[in-house]
Design a protein. Structure first.
Length: 398
């Protein structure tokens, strides 16, 4: 990478890290702490956990399209301001409905597709996979930090402290995008001309390769939200780990997942078997979810949690890169907007469905739900390797 590319990718990875850190910190906490809020039920807690995904899903495509027309930075800054305001509302809430409202407003700052498109704008084609992988890895780092900082902040100041810190992270993100992220180079095509190209959304929605990737990111975040409505409770009540010490379980599992991710990446890139590794990662998720829902031995539970993070973090890193290689510069914002919409729909569906299933059928019900969704993903991903697509007219076609 050139010096400008390194600066761009580092800054945007940090921005993405801050934003996802703010979202992830409540993941291991809501099931434990929100039950004390007025009107709280498992179903409403599940909605609070996933509702930001619904508003994200509704606005990812419009924000991605807008960034194609007016530029990435104005859209990103506006989204971060909305996110900060939602965090403040959630911090001041005294009922589960206030948390739901704040989380919904957090999600209205829908900048994921704009950030990923800006990464692609600021890097050359031959460096794009590496750049996307770095940003994807920042999500894994944010997850690890969130699982440590969230329980520590909640132990001292409850969910109010967590949401207040989230607002500060959003404001810090504005400083990064304003002062650290370079402006993308101008080409002969303006943002308005790019955004005005007809048919980009239709081409993306009709493309089997992109649709399979959209289904993958939906499933990945569905099972994350659904499973983490029971994992904290199992850790506390069954494994016997106090909630203030949960980070001592999460942190090693996430950090050590790198030992599993690196061989997968090496086999996919240098071994020439990306599709086999892709399917194997889905298999890892299936196995880990089965173990997390069934085992009660601490060491086996920890091993299952490690396997889950290996599969999750690998997929989180490679899926955006696969999408970015399927579109030309004029359609990145639109295609990544659809991809991000699927991701956040998965977050909402996993939170809402997981909360309802937990209330109706308990831990076994959530386990069966997650296993069924992952098995369906495996069948969808099985036929054609995404790498066998060829770009035609700006959108890849198999």
């Amino acid at each position: 990478m050139t010096a400008l590319e390194r600066r761009s990718v580092t800054s945007l990875a940090l921005l993405y890290n801050f934003r996802m850190l703010g979202l992830f910190m409540v993941l291991p906490l809501l099931a434990l702490y929100a039950i004390d809020y007025q009107a709280a039920t498992p179903t409403l807690i599940g909605i609070a956990l996933g509702v930001y995904g619904l508003t994200q899903a509704c606005l990812q495509i419009p924000f991605g399209w807008l960034s194609d027309r007016v530029g990435r930075k104005p859209v990103i800054i506006g989204g971060l301001l909305i996110f900060a305001f939602g965090s403040i509302i959630a911090a001041l809430a005294d009922s589960i409905y206030g948390i739901i409202a704040g989380r919904a407003l957090q999600g209205a700052g829908a900048i994921a597709s704009s950030v990923m498109a800006l990464v692609a704008d600021l890097t050359r084609q031959e460096q794009r996979t590496k750049a996307m992988a770095i940003v994807g890895a920042s999500i894994g780092l944010a997850f690890a930090l969130a699982l440590v900082l969230g329980p520590l902040l909640a132990a001292y100041g409850g969910l109010e402290a967590v949401f207040g810190f989230t607002a500060l992270l959003a404001l810090s993100g504005i400083v990064i995008v304003t002062w650290q992220v370079p402006d993308p180079p101008r080409t002969g095509t303006t943002y308005a001309e790019v955004g005005a190209r007809p048919g980009l959304m239709g081409l993306s929605l009709r493309n089997p390769t992109l649709l399979r990737l959209d289904a993958g990111i939906f499933t990945l975040h569905f099972v994350l939200m659904a499973s983490f409505q029971v994992v904290p409770g199992v850790l506390e009540s069954t494994i016997g780990v106090a909630r203030e010490q949960h980070w001592q379980v999460y942190l090693p599992a996430v950090l050590l997942s790198v030992l599993g991710i690196l061989p997968l990446m090496r086999l996919a890139e240098k071994g020439g078997r990306p599709h086999l590794v892709f399917l194997s990662s889905i298999g890892l998720l299936f196995l880990s979810l089965a173990l997390l829902g069934l085992v009660r031995e601490p060491w086996l539970f920890y091993a299952a949690l490690w396997l889950f993070f290996v599969g999750f973090n690998y997929m989180e890193a490679v899926l955006p890169s696969m999408v970015s290689k399927a579109v030309d510069p004029g359609g990145k914002g639109t295609a990544l907007g659809i991809f991000s919409t699927a991701q956040f729909l998965g977050i909402f569906a996993g939170g809402a469905a997981g909360g309802w299933v937990l209330q109706q059928f308990g831990v076994v019900g959530i386990t069966e739900l997650c296993l069924g969704v992952v098995a369906l993903w495996f069948l969808v991903a099985l036929p054609v390797p995404p790498s066998e697509s060829v770009a035609v007219g700006g959108i890849s076609r198999p």
